[in-house]
Ligand binder design. Structure first.
Ligand code: ADP
Ligand code: ZN
Ligand code: ZN
Length: 750
């Protein structure tokens, strides 16, 4: 008896009807040809009207009476409609990252929401420019900073989109209102622009590219002209002019009647960045951000689909913009962790962008001053093409970096959080009226234990990552579950100065106030940036010299350019070095380089002080020397030795349940069946099973969390293992009350 195979097909591609599928039979001659995502022709309704749909799932069981199930007519050939492309992409994401097809589809297809007919509004001055200048000077005197920001831009632009002013300039509606009342500006409604090609000429003078930039642009365009679609790594130091390169390449691509997606981490999506794109490409550019409503997001993607825009800029989700003829995807700051989704499917925008580009014949540019290990590895084996910008574009010099050994400070009886060198430098800058950034590279769950006398850090003997201290007096490894008591004395030097490491930005602020009472301080961290505008308003207050010292977490190292910052202090490089996961050294290298890159962007020479208990750690030494390749070599050796990505791959199985006992049972069951599967497929010599263990976040919102890790050099085998575990979970009756999630090569801690 031959078993029939059925396919679930969706017809209406919009997320509110994704759950509505129709079952069809797959005729024998098509069995080998169909896959998830295939566009097919089917007979529909009582009259068997021929329509198109997409396969999103296979099954062996009929959901309705077998005789009522009709067969698929055939596969639709020819060019794939944009929906088909996105469904194929969703299917690829489901397979490679683990998720349900529905979760994958909801990620790539925008939620359809009807919104009111959009009216575009702009702000225009209605007084002469000289008068505007006068009003600005008045506002400056009264320290009306938001007003000053708006007026400064108006003096330059003569017209500003209303939404841009609210969102990116962080000017409130009431500020705009007051200027309207005073007869300074007017808010004009512009009729919504539809379809026809834009006649406006861009007003900006293009920068003349330097020879490095020109070489890079020429190389990309040359390949494009030959029809070669590639993935490039644009590796350029901070301020080397990567953005100018993007602008130039985009201009070429859109001249070929193709469209471009530009991914920028949300945190760097500042007014300055957006302005550079919109000045050049006017209203052919659109921006997505997480503050937009679903309706607004849907509207933007519809504009893209209709061909009203050529360029979409946004964070991770902008990757799924339904451009009909996509030519290029640019990912700026490609090393950023925010490119990986924390929700299933836990996809990485970089790999997914490359997959989308492959599906449609487009190219990808990955830009970074501190490339991810993955990307540099792929480049070193020739999979991506390396393009370099080794110098700063505007003649600014890279800053001088000093590394201070905090163990030495302790020996000299300096117990303050500021080393003597940093103190001297802070005083010096305060007297010179130059600006200072103090940076605390803290990560949420840092709870490591170290010795302040010799710098020794307690690490897991099996995983070579730092152990995390728990309230009950133990140290725990969150990969393998290894535990030991918190020592009273340092096992290396016998000192009693061994304790959990911890300090917050608020504490730093207090200490700065105490030691440098003359300094005006701004603090930026998760607490001070809760409201929508606060992030940008703190940054612009600092840019307007309303403070001398900006204290903050990693938030402050991105985005804005502060030409008058001549000192950057990194208070404890160790905080990101010992976060209890295998990417700690990489993250430290990135944070230190990026923080250092903030100093001396203007005319004055910049200096950086890195304070640490481990001054000879390679990530600190190489970051201080600006030697990425040296860092890469050493880090790759560690990853290779320990079997971490990109040398090997990791699959995380996260298990969740309300009842702890059930969860412990489930995690042990999963470990057992996984080991059986591994031995049956003869993989035991190269597949390592680690755990099960309680997650770092062992309980969240009353749900218990446990993890199992698998290490294996071949990604495809981990995908098979995931498929096996997924199927086991679906069919096992012992696992009710549990949920599972997968994560490949995790960036987040569990
Ligand atoms: P990155 O994106 O690599 O950090 P940017 O493109 O932001 O670098 O450039 C850094 C600074 O140098 C910016 O102020 C930019 O305007 C300036 N710049 C870039 N390219 C040139 C150029 N060819 N000539 C003059 N200034 C440039
Ligand atoms: Zn010690
Ligand atoms: Zn361990």
């Amino acid at each position: 008896m031959s078993k029939k195979l059925y396919a679930d097909i969706i017809i209406d591609i919009s997320s509110e009807s994704l759950d509505k599928t129709y079952q069809y039979e797959i005729p024998e001659e098509l069995l080998e040809k169909v896959q998830i995502g295939s566009p097919v022709e089917i007979p529909f309704g009582a009259k068997n009207r021929r329509i198109h749909g997409y396969i999103i799932e296979f099954s062996q069981k009929p959901k309705i009476e077998e005789t009522k199930i009709k067969p698929i007519c055939g596969i639709v050939t020819g060019e794939l409609a944009i929906e088909g492309q996105l469904i194929l992409l969703a299917a690829w994401m489901k397979e490679n990252y683990g998720a349900t097809m529905n979760e994958a589809l909801k990620t790539v297809i925008p939620v359809k929401k009807r919104i009111k007919e959009e009216i575009k509004r702009t702000i225009v001055p209605i007084v002469e420019l000289e008068q505007l200048e006068q009003i600005k000077i008045q506002a400056l005197k009264k320290k009306h900073v938001a007003k000053v920001r708006l007026l400064t831009e108006l003096l330059e632009q003569k017209e500003l989109p209303y939404e841009l002013v609210i969102q990116k300039l962080a000017v409130s509606r009431s500020t705009i209102e007051s200027l309207v009342k005073a007869g300074v500006i007017r808010v004009e409604a512009v009729k919504k622009y539809r379809g026809n090609r834009q006649k406006l000429e861009s007003q900006v003078k293009k920068k003349i590219l330097n020879s490095n930039q020109q070489t890079v642009v020429d190389r990309i365009i040359e390949n494009e002209k030959r029809g070669q679609n590639k993935t490039y790594l644009l590796y350029g130091v901070t301020g080397s002019g990567k953005t100018e390169v993007y602008l130039e390449v985009i201009e070429y691509i859109i001249a070929q009647h193709k469209q471009v997606i530009v991914l920028i981490p949300e945190i760097s999506l500042t007014y300055q960045t957006v302005k550079r794109f919109s000045e050049r490409f006017l209203d052919r550019v659109s921006i997505l951000n997480s503050k937009m409503s679903q309706g607004e997001r849907y509207d933007q993607s519809e504009r893209a689909r209709r061909g009203e825009i050529d360029i979409m800029i946004g964070p991770r989700s902008a990757l799924f913009t339904p451009f009909p003829n996509l030519g290029m995807i640019i990912i700026d700051e490609e090393h950023e962790a925010s490119y990986k989704s924390e929700m299933p499917p836990k996809y990485h925008a970089r790999e997914t962008a490359i997959e989308r580009a492959n599906l449609v014949g487009a190219s990808v540019i990955l830009g970074s001053a501190t490339p991810s290990l993955e990307t540099f590895y792929r480049t070193s084996i020739g999979e991506y093409e390396l393009l370099q910008l080794p110098n700063r574009a505007n003649k600014a010099q890279l800053p001088k970096i000093h590394v201070v050994d905090l163990r030495e400070e302790l020996k000299q009886k300096n117990r303050s959080m500021f080393s003597r060198l940093l103190k001297d430098f802070i005083c010096d800058r305060l007297t010179k009226h130059q600006q200072i950034m103090l940076f605390l590279n803290r990560r949420g769950y840092a709870g490591f234990v170290s010795c302040r006398s010799c710098g020794h850090v307690m690490r897991c003997p099996h995983c070579d990552i730092s152990l995390t201290s728990h309230k009950n007096g133990t140290l725990v490894c969150h990969y393998c579950g290894y535990e030991e008591p918190i020592p009273q004395k340092c096992p290396k030097c016998g000192s009693h100065y061994i304790a959990a490491f911890g300090t917050g930005t608020q504490k730093v602020e207090e200490m700065v106030k105490k030691e440098f009472p003359q300094g005006r301080i701004l603090r930026m961290d998760a607490d001070t940036t809760k409201s929508k505008e606060s992030y940008e308003s703190i940054l612009s207050a600092f840019a307007n010299h309303e403070a001398d010292i900006l204290i903050g977490t990693q938030m402050i190292v991105k985005g804005h350019d502060f030409p008058d910052v001549t000192l950057v202090g990194i208070l404890a490089a160790d905080l990101s070095l010992n976060t209890g996961d295998y990417r700690a050294a990489e993250r430290t290298y990135q944070l230190l380089s990026q923080a250092a890159g903030r100093a001396g962007r203007g005319n004055s020479y910049g200096e950086v002080v890195i304070q640490t208990y481990q001054p000879d750690h390679y990530s600190i030494e190489t970051a201080a020397a600006g030697d990425y390749e040296n860092f890469f070599e050493q880090e790759m050796a560690y990853r290779g030795l320990m079997g971490y990505p990109p040398v090997s791959h990791i699959l995380v199985l996260l298990m969740l349940a309300k009842e702890e006992e059930k969860l412990i049972f489930a995690s042990e069951l999963f470990a057992r069946v996984a080991k059986e599967w591994i031995s049956q497929t003869k993989q035991e010599t190269i597949t390592k099973v680690i755990g099960p263990a309680a997650a770092t976040l062992s309980k969240a919102k009353d749900i218990y969390r446990r993890v199992l890790y698998f290490k294996q050099p071949n990604y495809a085998i981990l995908v098979e293992l995931k498929n096996f575990l997924e199927a086991y979970f679906l069919y096992s009756k012992q696992l009710s009350g549990c949920r599972i999630q997968f994560d490949f090569d995790p960036l987040q801690g569990y």
